[in-house]
Structures are given as structure tokens and as C-alpha cells.
Design a protein around this ligand. Structure first.
Ligand code: ATR
Length: 276
């Protein structure tokens, strides 16, 4: 996806994957900085740890408490300029600037892939781990009216509900299943990655047909058992490919300062995930 975007933008860059254990994350970021990498993406389990390892946090990373994108910048006079805009042999101090592109990508995916308007919406979020927390907070930030939080470990939903009430006092938050119909059920648990997984939702307590839309953050398989049942129940459905695409597109924009070629990136991602 990133290399397809890079090619379209005619940049002389390559996007490469490196396996790094958490104990080496500090060294890995320092090494990339020393080698004048344009930037980095970080994924599980590095996003929280990276908050304390970058030199400066963008508001997006400070707000959501997680870094998934780093842009390296060099000091030129009194300004910090992205390395993408400088010659490779530039001199001077370099800093790691941390961003979060995941949270905005959730909202973009819900709007573009499900046609959902979140203002005043009622949403049931399944899962209160890392992904569920950021999704719930970002939904609250995007103007939803009511959130219901369901998680296997109920303590985590209670803690998250308290955080949302404190940060977004205008949003109604309850722990447990709704007694009314909702606009969206969002699966942010890891249930559905494997064929034998249990359903992330108790469909006796809350039948899928009571929701207009179901979004599953899982993107492989393309049709999770939850999405299959939701589709049969008449819900509009989408999987997590859009989230993956939009967080990547935004990262490319942060590094390059250009509009990401989303269509080319989407095609490459689709081929990579699901074959031709
Ligand atoms: P992520 O960063 O992807 O959100 P995570 O923080 O480990 O990963 O969260 C995983 C989520 O899936 C949690 O909501 C977890 O529920 P718990 O908080 O009770 O652990 C949920 N989950 C994982 N396995 C599950 C299972 N077998 N049954 C129910 N929920 C499960």
C-alpha cells in the first residue's frame, strides 16, 4: 500500500518492514533517526511505548495517547523541517515527531465505507482494549449522542466509560447492551480473526438486526462470521480494511506533505490482503 502510494507520488523512497522487540524500540528509533529515515510507522505492541520515546508529540498523539507514525525533522535555523524536504546530506540535530493517524482513520472509514453520519448517533462498541478505547473516545469526540460499551472484562469498560464521561460530558455512556436500536455496532475485539472464535456479541441479548450498520475492525478474513450474520440480518457492513488504508494514507501525507493517492493505495492493499 505505501510503496504503491510512494510510486504514484514519484518519490525515491522505499517502505520496508522491520521486526523490533519492545526492548529495542528506543534503539530502533534512534537508528532510523541516525540513518535519516523519512519516517516510521509503528504497530502492535509499540504504539504506547513510543509516546515516551519520541522527541515531540503532535496533538493527535497526545490526545489519543498512542503513536503510530513518526516523522523525522532536522533543525534549520529556528525551524524543524521534515527530512523529506531536505537533501540526504543535511546536517544538524534531528528529532522524532510522533503522530497518531489511527483515530481519524476510524471516523473516515465509518463515514466513507458505511456512509454513517456520526453527529447524534447511537453506537454499541464491543471491546475496551487499546483499539476499543481509542475508537470509543474518538466517537465521543466526533459528536455521537450515546455510547454503550461491552467488554469481556467489565472493569475495563467501566474505566473507559468513566474516562469518556470526564472528557466528553455531553455524551451519554453506559456499560452493557442497549435497550434501543442503534446506528452502529463496532467490533473492536480480536474475536473473528479465527474461524473457531466465539461471536464478539451476545446476539440473544442484542440481535444484530437492531443495528443499521456493523463495522468489524478485523479485515482478514474479509467477511468475518460477524459480518456474514450482520449482512444476513440486513445491516450495512464494512470490514477494517478502510481503517488500515486511511491511517496509512494519512501517514504518507504527514511524511510527504502531499495528498495521498488513496485509490492506488487501496488497490494495492486489496490485492495484498485478498489476492487479485
Ligand atoms: P487491541 O490493541 O487490538 O485492542 P487488546 O488491547 O489486547 O488489543 O484488546 C483485545 C480486545 O479483545 C479486548 O477487548 C479483549 O477483551 P478483554 O479486555 O476482556 O481481554 C477482547 N478479547 C480478546 N479475546 C477475547 C475472548 N476470547 N473473548 C472475549 N473478548 C476477547
Amino acid at each position: 500500500m505505501q510503496n504503491a502510494g510512494i510510486e504514484q507520488l514519484k518519490l525515491n523512497w522505499r517502505y520496508l518492514a522491520f521486526d523490533v522487540v519492545p526492548e529495542d524500540l528506543r534503539n530502533a528509533i534512534s537508528g532510523a533517526k541516525a540513518m535519516k529515515f523519512i519516517g516510521l510507522n509503528l504497530t502492535v505492541p509499540h504504539k504506547l511505548l513510543a509516546v515516551s520515546l519520541v522527541d515531540i508529540l503532535d496533538e493527535s498523539a497526545a490526545t489519543w495517547g498512542a503513536v503510530n507514525t513518526i516523522r523525522f525533522e532536522a533543525r534549520v535555523g529556528s525551524e524543524w523541517i521534515p527530512l523529506a524536504n531536505l537533501e540526504p546530506d543535511c546536517e544538524g540535530a534531528i528529532r522524532a515527531h510522533g503522530f497518531n493517524t489511527d483515530a481519524a482513520a476510524i471516523i473516515r472509514a465509518l463515514r466513507e465505507d458505511l456512509g454513517l453520519s456520526l453527529e447524534g448517533a447511537c453506537v454499541l462498541v464491543l471491546g475496551a482494549g487499546g483499539a476499543g478505547r481509542v475508537a470509543s473516545l474518538k466517537l465521543a469526540d466526533s459528536g455521537v449522542r450515546t455510547l454503550w460499551l461491552v467488554n469481556r472484562t467489565q472493569d475495563k469498560s467501566e474505566t473507559l466509560a468513566a474516562e469518556i464521561r470526564q472528557r466528553y460530558p455531553n455524551v451519554n455512556v453506559s456499560v452493557g447492551y442497549p435497550s434501543v436500536t442503534v446506528d452502529l455496532i463496532l467490533n473492536a475485539t480480536s474475536l473473528g480473526l479465527h474461524e473457531q472464535d466465539a461471536s464478539p456479541i451476545d446476539e440473544i441479548a442484542y440481535p444484530l438486526a437492531r443495528s443499521k450498520c456493523v463495522y468489524d475492525m478485523i479485515y482478514r478474513p474479509a467477511m468475518t462470521p460477524l459480518l456474514k450474520r450482520a449482512h444476513s440480518a440486513g445491516c450495512r457492513t464494512a470490514n477494517g480494511m478502510g481503517m488500515l488504508l486511511y491511517q496509512g494514507a494519512k501517514a504518507l501525507e504527514i511524511w510527504s506533505g502531499q495528498i495521498a493517492p488513496v485509490a492506488a493505495m487501496k488497490e494495492a492493499l486489496r490485492k495484498n490482503l485478498y489476492g487479485a
